[in-house]
Design a protein around this ligand. Structure first.
Ligand SMILES: Nc1ncnc2c1ncn2[C@@H]1O[C@H](COP(=O)(O)OP(=O)(O)O)[C@@H](O)[C@H]1O
Ligand SMILES: [Mg+2]
Length: 258
């Protein structure tokens, strides 16, 4: 749901990052630039090791780039902040806290504010399809349910930008599709998202726009607007054409020689 003309929420400008191995700086990202606009769901695809998590960690503020910068609403990102929340592949719920306690964990305020957070947690549990599970411990939940809790836990913070690093990678195909439907609902509510995946079908099912991070060059190797109406039919010929194009890009992207 791109709205051109509106200023970008996220701007990545000439970003570069190197990791030092045996005293030698090895570049992972080189001169990477792109923008994400309000309400957009942008998927970033690329082969394993191309730097997707590195990029997300920089945007989250966990890692400082070697070159260039990321701007959130025009301000340079130099630390983590509540305006950007990350959902990782493996849930990171506290096993000794209930689902409800996990969701409100770390939110501070007076008694009135805490009561409002509790109510909001209940509402969000409903939104992610887990109404009534507030008193459960994480160990009593399946992987997919835990990822729903992880999502509720970031949504309660109303992030300006939701960052997802292969959040459904460990789920079975059916659960994964249910989670994708949930993300599309968030997208309809105009949540801005940057979603990392190596799964072409997932990217085409979800994205307004797919960015391809090329492992060979460490920068953008292409981008593709997915102009298909939702819900998207995976059997549709146009869906498959988009996938075929992305597969071609991925096949071309080999490992850089050291
Ligand atoms: N903390 C780190 N120290 C050194 N090298 C790293 C570190 N994190 C990632 N790398 C290297 O950077 C490259 C990109 O990693 P990553 O961003 O995790 O890729 P992706 O998420 O696309 O699979 C890989 O070659 C990886 O080995
Ligand atoms: Mg990764």
């Amino acid at each position: 749901m791109m709205e051109s003309g509106q200023p970008a929420i996220l701007e990545v400008v000439n970003l570069g990052h190197s990791f030092v191995h045996n005293g030698v700086a090895e570049p992972v990202l080189r001169d990477l630039s792109f923008a994400v606009r309000p309400g957009e769901l942008v998927c970033l695809i690329g082969r394993s090791g191309c730097g997707k998590s590195t990029l997300l960690n920089i945007v989250a503020g966990f890692l400082a780039p070697t070159h260039g910068c990321c701007l959130l609403d025009g301000e340079c990102i130099d630390r983590p902040g509540p305006d950007r929340c990350v959902v990782f592949q493996e849930d990171a719920l506290f096993p000794w806290l209930t689902v409800g306690e996990n969701i409100v964990f770390g939110l501070r305020g007076n008694r009135e504010a805490r009561r409002r957070y509790q109510e909001e947690a209940e509402r969000l549990l409903g939104l992610v399809g887990l109404a009534g599970y507030g008193d459960y411990l994480p160990k009593a939940l399946s992987g997919g349910m835990k990822q729903r809790v992880a999502l509720a836990r970031v949504l309660i913070r109303s992030p300006r930008l939701l960052l997802m690093d292969e959040p459904f990678g460990a789920l079975d195909a059916q659960t994964r599709e249910e989670m994708q439907d949930l993300l599309l609902e968030l997208s309809l509510r105009r949540q801005t998202m940057l979603f990392v995946t190596h799964d072409v079908q997932e990217a085409v099912a979800l994205a307004d726009r797919v960015l391809f991070l090329d492992r060979t060059t460490g920068s953008l190797g292409g981008q593709l607007a997915i102009d298909l109406e939702r819900p998207r039919d995976r059997e549709d010929e146009r869906f498959q054409r988009h996938c075929a194009r992305l597969y071609r890009w991925l096949r071309r992207s080999t490992i850089c020689p050291p």
